[in-house]
Design a protein around this ligand. Structure first.
Ligand SMILES: [Zn+2]
Length: 92
């Protein structure tokens, strides 16, 4: 992302524990605000919702083909990875 104010390409992340947002991205050059960064828990929540939606979609498909079984496999792997990440966050 190129800053429209100073032309700098990089951004820095500043954590904002005092706010509801996890942190913010600012321009590495002039510190102009670029974007809010959601809490990691929100990313996990969104990912879980996507997995559930994909599972529902697969379950609604009448034919079990190689492709749907492969998709189910990848979903299982994604869910397992997500559980691991969640456990790490909870354990601190
Ligand atoms: Zn800038």
């Amino acid at each position: 992302m190129t800053c429209e104010k100073c032309g700098e390409d990089g951004t820095d992340t500043i954590l904002t524990p005092e706010l509801i947002h996890y942190g913010k991205q600012v321009c590495a050059g002039c510190r102009k605000f670029e974007a809010w960064i959601p809490k990691p828990e929100n990313h996990i929540f969104n990912a879980q919702n996507k997995i559930v939606a994909a599972r529902d979609l697969l379950a609604s498909m009448p034919d079990r083909t190689d492709e749907t079984m492969l998709a189910e496999y990848h979903l299982k792997m994604a869910a397992a990875i997500l559980r691991g990440v969640t456990a790490e966050l909870v354990d601190g």
